[in-house]
Design a protein around this ligand. Sequence first.
Ligand code: COA
Length: 155
Amino acid sequence: MKPLSVDRLAHQDIPDICALYKRVWDGTKELPTELVKSWQPTPLEFTSWMEGVTYFAARRDGRMIGAIGCEILEGSCRLVHLAVDPEARRQGVATALVTASVEWARRNTCHSVWVDLLDRFTAATALFKSLGFGECGVLHKHRLGEDVRLSEKLL
Ligand SMILES: CC(C)(COP(=O)(O)OP(=O)(O)OC[C@H]1O[C@@H](n2cnc3c(N)ncnc32)[C@H](O)[C@@H]1OP(=O)(O)O)[C@@H](O)C(=O)NCCC(=O)NCCS
């Protein structure tokens, strides 16, 4: 398999990341339409997502196959919008993205990294558990009526 690279997202990558989010969420039929739409930004919407959030993109053979956002608030880094191309799953792409994010948070003197996931996202829950994140709470009916689970990793 060709090598994977993980780099900070640049402005010229916006069309690629929007196309990635579209591919990822178009494939999920069972989610509420409002949620799916809110996770498929247009390039203009994504520009505002970038305010205060550092994104990393994973590429293989020049093609963007995964992305994640990192937002530091009060010494803690929240991970947002993690997604991997359906055709590139179970190949360590999310692991590489989360690892790069945790390293970035550490370099930025964060005390912890955390993520909130829909309860139904069992793959993501398993991923974060495998990376040493511990579950630290549940927000009931928090996102359009869906339960959300919080996981954290102390640095
Ligand atoms: C969750 C997601 C990001 C995982 O990406 P990925 O690149 O396939 O994950 P990795 O290959 O790094 O997986 C690492 C480990 O996580 C766990 N894991 C990942 N996907 C899993 C699945 N579908 N079922 C069970 N465990 C899973 C496994 O322990 C896996 O290790 P293994 O493959 O050696 O068993 C991807 O499935 C995805 O984009 N899902 C849709 C979007 C999403 O849920 N985003 C997160 C919240 S916004």
